[in-house]
Design a protein around this ligand. Structure first.
Ligand code: ADP
Length: 219
């Protein structure tokens, strides 16, 4: 609860500050000021949506509807959805799926949510001109999905914590981009609810990151 209160404080302080300044006549309600106000409110809204989803996954209240799923199809669909955003930022998105992949027993919507999250992070933390690759391959009765980017990387001392609630490597930068530090926590819960696992690797700052999800193959 202390963490949540802390997360809510900054956008709320921003909104209160702006409105007070307008009421005092210090700033006029020009479109630019209203836009900043709207941005803070939107951030608050995103945070509340994320918190709601987090509380549901943590309480095990997200119903799973598992069926036999071809991971390749889910990966390709996620790439199609996000392709325009990658193009816009000038980041090359490649998918590499090994032949002969076994299907997994999973809820395709939830696996899509996991991929959207990991690809969204890769997009966010990779500078223009970079590259993001998704590798899918079989691995000892499981399927491994690796999302590798050429982005800002993660310092080794932060790696063990990136799946923790509200954890952000660079708090000020993440605030500016509206990151809540909840996405990866949701990812881990969803993957573990499928009997799978997820891990983060990075050779260090500026050297990119790889997030690998492993899901058991359907028997
Ligand atoms: P956020 O909303 O802040 O992105 P996440 O839970 O998705 O929250 O990620 C937690 C933190 O892990 C991020 O704030 C960022 O510092 C780090 N992170 C996640 N993905 C990447 C990535 N692909 N490259 C570098 N850092 C990352």
């Amino acid at each position: 609860i202390a963490d949540v209160a802390h997360e809510l404080r900054t956008p709320l302080a921003g909104i209160t500050g702006y409105v007070e300044a307008m009421l005092d006549g210090v700033i006029t309600p020009e479109p630019e000021a209203l836009l900043r106000l709207h941005r803070e409110a939107a951030r608050l809204q995103r945070l509340v949506t994320d918190l709601q989803e987090l509380s549901r996954v943590e309480a095990g209240q997200v119903p799973l509807h598992p069926r036999r799923v071809e991971v390749r199809e889910v990966v390709e669909a996620a790439a199609v959805r996000l392709r325009a955003q990658f193009d816009e930022k000038g980041i090359d998105l490649q998918i590499d799926t090994a032949p002969g992949l076994p299907p997994v027993l999973a809820d395709p919507d939830r696996i899509a949510q996991v991929l959207t999250n990991l690809l969204g992070n890769a997009l966010q933390y990779t500078p223009r001109g970079g590259r993001v690759e998704v590798y899918v391959k079989p691995l000892d009765g499981a399927v491994a999905i690796a999302v590798r980017d050429t982005g800002i990387g993660i310092p080794p001392e932060h790696l063990p914590y990136v799946f923790d609630r509200f954890y952000r490597v660079d708090r000020s930068r993440a605030r500016a981009s509206g990151g809540s530090g909840i996405g990866l926590t949701i990812v881990r819960h969803l993957v573990e609810a499928h009997g799978g696992s997820v891990r983060a690797e990075s050779p260090g700052p500026g050297k990119g990151s790889t997030f690998t999800v492993t899901l058991p193959a359907a028997s």
